[in-house]
Design a protein around this ligand. Sequence first.
Ligand code: C2O
Ligand code: CU
Length: 545
Amino acid sequence: CETYHHVFHVKEASYTRLCRTKKILTVNGQFPGPTLYAYGGDKLVVKVYNIAQENVTIHWHGVKQPRNPWSDGSEYITQCAIQPGSSFIYTITFTDEEGTLWWHAHNDYTRATVHGAIVVYPRHGTSYPFPKPSGEVVIVLGEWWNKDVNTVLEKALETGGEPNASDSFTINGQPGDLYPCSKPGTFRMLVEHGKTYLLRVVNAAMDDGLFFSIADHLLTLVGSDGSYTKALTTDYILISPGETMDLLLKANQSPRNLYYMAARAFSYQPVNNIDNTTTTAIVQYKSHYTQRSTNPLLPTLPFYNDTEAASKFSFSIRSPAGMHWPISCPQRFDQRMIIAVAVNELECQLSGSCEGPNGTRLSASLNNISFVNPPIDILEAYYKGINGVFGASFPSRPLQYYNFTAEYQPLELLKPRLGTMVRVLEYGATVEIVFQGTSLVRAESHPMHLHGFSFYVVGWGFGNFNEKKDPLGYNLEDPPLKNTIGVPRNGWVAVRFTANNPGVWLLHCHLERHLIWGMNTVFLVKDGEGPGTKLLPPPPHMPPC
Ligand code: C2O
Ligand code: CU
């Protein structure tokens, strides 16, 4: 296992998209940012210099960072921001992660443009559990705002309304042919007929799940969230913000056509409230034949609100359990948590009325507690024993049982409590979490993401979780190992993991607007008894608050 060193300069750069030019925050001037490469078990050391005008932190999404939350990069949770003019060194330690992961800024709305892929090749001396592809390409799905993203965030927080939707979706930073002024930049993937390619797809979009497909070609899923999966062949995928999907593409169609790969929003909102345009890139066969047409073929994607299509794909994913791939899914658990996931309303603080429903301010919660950022990061407060920064009473059950998915909800539930609450877990405890979607304010799908762990997705369903009946249908044989899972709209999903990573770890919805509204909580995993089970000491220079 090797250690590789990288330098990230966080700085502004000028980019032209959708007919206009603006400054965006980047790493090393690149959008999307640089791809990091490693082999299983390697270590990366990334020195981040902030030479921009705003704060930043960088999170290594899906890297478990054993015993070392100090390098996890979540602002207010594991560190304070790297301020303009200062730097911080992150140590990224890979253990069993293989496949595609990604990194992104983890403060305010900075991750809109500050993100990139992480490619983890099989550990030296091992190989993919599928035939080695002839080539591979990273596909980062994202969003582009004509406005400055800080302005979008500030306006949303000030007015209490929805943040403005982006002006386009992007593939590798490019909106693609179907958006204005975008044709020359459209990303092209060149393939040779008869060969197989590995697509490493990351959804770095802020606020939308995306359906993704390639015209006339089937895709075979072989990995997701830094773990291999059983091969799953499909004509489209659904990918939520935070998720990654490794797909094999067989270039077996007529080399005389051009083909679009395309992505479009999966959303609860009606078409006129979202960007329903399709972002595209071109798959082109290297050949000496003349092309039949210069118009690429467009794939058919599921409709924007097709929850069935979304769930059908997401819950078909399986881990490659078997002789060579032992699975460590806990067969029993020490504690089951039921976490109600909701969008809420708070009183307006403006003199007039806010832009949320009924003139209120939008907010979001887990078990009816809307997370409030503490003045110093929770990890520091825990490590140094500083009192009064957080409370340890995040409830293991919703504060009130009700019909979570009914059309009308009790008014008192619309308003969450505000607080900085963590849940303390004993080292080594086996935990089941059932995320229960609700129809408070609005029913939508929430991609829930846990830092510091991967979890097995053992069950799901529409409607309310039934604690007696539903566990009987769990899949404990070959559940997929994920770090982000979409809770189906008006449904629930159950995950299991072992709390064997001491430290402070964020759990949140990966829709950025929900995160800023408080749809998060923190697991504080205590030290174990034996060697190698204790939180590491902090590096010498943590950024001050
Ligand atoms: Cu990819 Cu807390 O995030
Ligand atoms: Cu959400």
